[in-house]
Structures are given as C-alpha cells and as structure tokens.
Design a protein around this ligand. Structure first.
Ligand SMILES: [Zn+2]
Length: 241
C-alpha cells in the first residue's frame, strides 16, 4: 500500500524521501510517494529516484491495486532493497504544466456545463496541449469564442483553488449533475478528494492542480471537431500565467 502523499493538497511538492517496500524487475514500490500515477486523463509524473549507491530515471508511474509502481530505466548501480531509503525528484516543470492544464480543464468544463448543459465525457491532458470531449454538444465558432472568453474571465478573477477530502455523501450532494462521473468511483472510496474553485466550481478529482486560477495562464482554444453525432472535442493550449 503506497500512501499518495500529494493528496489532498500537497500537489506542489516535487522532492521527498521515502522507504522502498517492494522491488520488481523494472519498478520500485515505496511506502509513500508524491509522484502522480497516470489516471483520470492526466499523464504520470516523471523524474528520478536515487539512493545510496545508485539512481534511476522514473519513466512511468502506475497504480497497481493499492500500490504505486515507479517504473525505472537507465539504472545506475544496483536497485535498492526493501527497507532502504530513497529520494524522489519529480520533473517540476512537467508537474507544473499538468497542474495548470488540469485546472484549466476544470474551468472550461464548468463554463460549458453552465452555458450549454453539456457534460465532460472525457479529457486528456498533456504538458503542452489538452482536449475535452463534451456531450451532448454541437458548438458553432461563436460558441467556441464564447467558451474561451468566459474561461479567461474566470481565470482573470484569480479564484482560489482548494483541495480537500470531503465525506462522500456531502461531495455527492454538492456535485452538480453532469459535472463528474461519480458512478465510476468505487462505492468504498470515502472520503472523496474534492477540487473546489471558490463559488465557481466543485468537482471530485484526484489530479494535481494549482492553488489559484491566476497561475493557469490564458486558455486558447486551438481546435474544435465533431467526434460523433452529439460529441464535440475542444483542444486548447495555455499562454503564460
Ligand atoms: Zn479533474
């Protein structure tokens, strides 16, 4: 069992120490980690693990039941043993890009739900570009301009972003219909980690996020395309914060 230490609100930490609990052929499991494992449309963090007598690049991070596996490449020296201490260094630029992108996705998803009643059916974040699929939706070019403008207006207001654990019952009550796929979260998960953007948005989510909207930068929608009868895909990039 790996403690996911960036939860609920330490998603700005990129350096840490931990203890090895399992050593696989090409992965290490730690008692706790700040590395984000791939999931929820957000890629894993990358970085490095080092220990007395060795180091390795972390190229992939995956959840495996309750464990987080840090897949390693370019290993110098022998892998550590269970019980050994390691130091983790997360690629901070990539982490920061994912935090900004993921929070931007929440802003755009909120604007589209409020203005067009469309749900976020899927999303994929990258460090340099992201996309969101909305259903049911059929946006015009004017709609896209409007979504971009309203998203940037919210970002300019620099709302505070709070990340906290909330009792599941409360989180389910407060999450607006269509804002999150709560049915996909197993029943036993309680409390839920919730990302709240002041009065603007409330959404259960395990991703890494900024602490205030001003850190996001300007949303620029670069493409819109139809992905089926009632599904629209919006792609966006971010300008500097
Ligand atoms: Zn999210």
């Amino acid at each position: 069992m790996t403690e996911q230490r960036y939860l609920p609100d330490e998603d700005d930490v990129t350096e840490f120490e931990a203890t090895v609990t399992e050593v696989g052929d090409d992965f290490l499991v730690l008692d706790g980690t700040y590395f984000y494992p791939e999931g929820g449309g957000q890629p894993a963090d990358r970085g490095e693990l080092s220990w007395g007598g060795g180091r390795a690049a972390v190229t992939k991070v995956r959840k495996n039941h309750g464990d987080v596996r840090h897949y390693v490449e370019d290993v110098d020296g022998d892998l550590p043993d269970p019980g050994d201490g390691v130091r983790g260094d997360i690629d901070a630029d990539r982490r920061e890009a994912h935090r900004r992108m993921h929070t931007a996705q929440h802003v755009v998803s909120r604007v589209v739900l409020d203005e067009y009643g469309a749900e976020t059916a899927g999303n994929q974040i990258h460090a340099d570009r992201s996309r969101i699929d909305f259903e049911p939706a059929d946006f015009s070019e004017d709609d896209v301009d409007r979504i971009e403008r309203l998203s940037n207006e919210a970002i300019e207001r620099d709302f505070e972003v709070t990340k906290a654990e909330r009792p599941r019952e409360q989180a389910e009550e407060r999450t607006e219909e269509g804002r999150a796929l709560l049915d996909l979260i197993p029943d036993h998960v309680d409390p839920l980690r919730v990302v709240e953007i002041e009065s603007f948005d409330y959404c259960p989510c395990g991703g890494t996020h900024v602490d205030s909207l001003g850190e996001v930068g300007r949303v620029e929608i670069t493409n819109r395309k139809s992905k089926g009868e009632a599904t629209e895909r919006i792609e966006f990039v971010l300008g500097e914060a």
